[in-house]
Design a protein around this ligand. Structure first.
Ligand code: ATP
Ligand code: MG
Length: 231
C-alpha cells in the first residue's frame, strides 16, 4: 500500500511511499528534507493516523508546520520525540519496537537519522556506533514490514569524513548501512532556480530508477514544477 506525502514526491512514487519499508530522503542542508517530512506528517495526521516524529536536531518548526497546513487539532495526532544524544536516539528507536500497534501509529519519521551519529562517531568507536546504526535501521525495518507502518528517514549528504583511507571507510560504512536498509532512496537536489528542487528516485522496488520531478518550496506547500521522467 502507498501512503501519500502530499508533496510532488507522490507523483514519481506512484501515489506515495510504501507502507512496509523505509523511505530514505537524502540531500544537502536546506534542500527541503524537513519540509517533506512535515508535509507527510500533516497528511498522515489528516488521514487520522498517529505520527511518531523523531526530531534529532530541533529542525521541526511549528511556524513552518502551520504554514504548510498543520493545525492545533492535528498536532494531537503527532508525538514528538527529541533525542539530544546518540545514546538517547538509540534507546528511543529500540523502544519503538514495543506497543506500536496499540497506539494506532501510521507513520514514523526520523529527521535526521545520522546527525547525532556523526557527533558520536570517532576513530575508536566507529564499529560499535555503526552496529548501533544498523540495529536502529533493522528495528525500523521490522516495524514497517510486520506492522505496515511506513518509515521516512532523512540523511544529510556530507563530505567524506577525515583524511585518507580510514576516514573514507568510516563514512562509507554508514552510507552502505543506509542504502542497504532503505528500500526506497530519494535524492533531493538544488537546481539553479531559487527555491526550486529536484527529487530523483535512486532506488525503489517498483519504480524506475532515475524517475524525477522538479518542485518549488512555496510558503504554503511544495509545488510541482515539472515531471521530468527518467534522468
Ligand atoms: N515559508 C517559506 N517559503 C519558501 N521557502 C521556505 C519557507 N520556509 C522555508 N523555506 C525554505 O526551505 C528550505 C529549507 O528546507 P528544509 O529545512 O526542509 O531543508 P533540509 O533539507 O531539511 O535541511 P537540513 O539538512 O539543514 O535539515 C530553505 O531553502 C528555505 O528557504
Ligand atoms: Mg532538515
Amino acid at each position: 500500500m502507498k501512503i501519500a506525502t502530499n508533496t510532488p514526491l507522490d507523483k514519481i512514487l506512484d501515489d506515495g511511499i510504501e507502507d512496509d519499508a523505509i523511505t530514505n530522503l537524502y540531500g544537502p542542508a536546506g534542500v527541503g528534507k524537513t519540509n517533506i517530512a512535515i508535509c507527510a506528517a500533516i497528511q498522515a495526521a489528516k488521514d487520522g493516523k498517529h505520527v511518531v516524529y523523531i526530531d534529532t536536531e530541533g529542525s521541526f518548526s511549528l511556524d513552518r508546520y502551520f504554514q504548510l497546513g498543520g493545525t492545533e487539532e492535528l498536532l494531537k495526532n503527532i508525538s514528538f520525540v527529541e533525542p539530544t544524544s546518540w545514546k538517547q536516539q538509540h534507546a528511543e528507536i529500540l523502544r519503538l519496537d514495543k506497543g506500536m500497534e496499540k497506539k494506532g501509529v501510521g507513520l514514523i519519521i526520523v529527521d535526521s537519522i545520522v546527525s547525532l551519529y556523526r557527533l558520536e562517531l570517532d576513530d575508536n568507536n566507529f564499529q560499535v556506533i555503526n552496529r548501533q546504526l544498523a540495529t536502529q535501521y533493522s528495528v525500523l525495518s521490522r516495524i514497517a514490514r510486520t506492522l505496515k507502518i511506513p518509515v521516512i528517514v532523512t540523511n544529510h549528504v556530507y563530505g567524506i569524513r577525515g583524511e585518507g583511507k580510514e576516514g573514507e571507510k568510516i563514512e562509507m560504512t554508514s552510507r552502505t548501512i543506509s542504502k542497504y536498509w532503505s528500500k526506497a532512496l530519494i535524492e533531493i537536489k538544488k537546481t539553479e532556480a531559487a527555491g526550486h528542487r529536484l527529487a530523483v528516485v535512486r532506488k525503489h522496488r517498483s519504480v524506475a530508477e532515475g524517475r524525477s520531478i522538479e518542485f518549488e518550496i512555496k510558503e504554503d506547500r511544495l509545488k510541482e514544477v515539472k515531471l521530468l521522467g527518467i534522468i
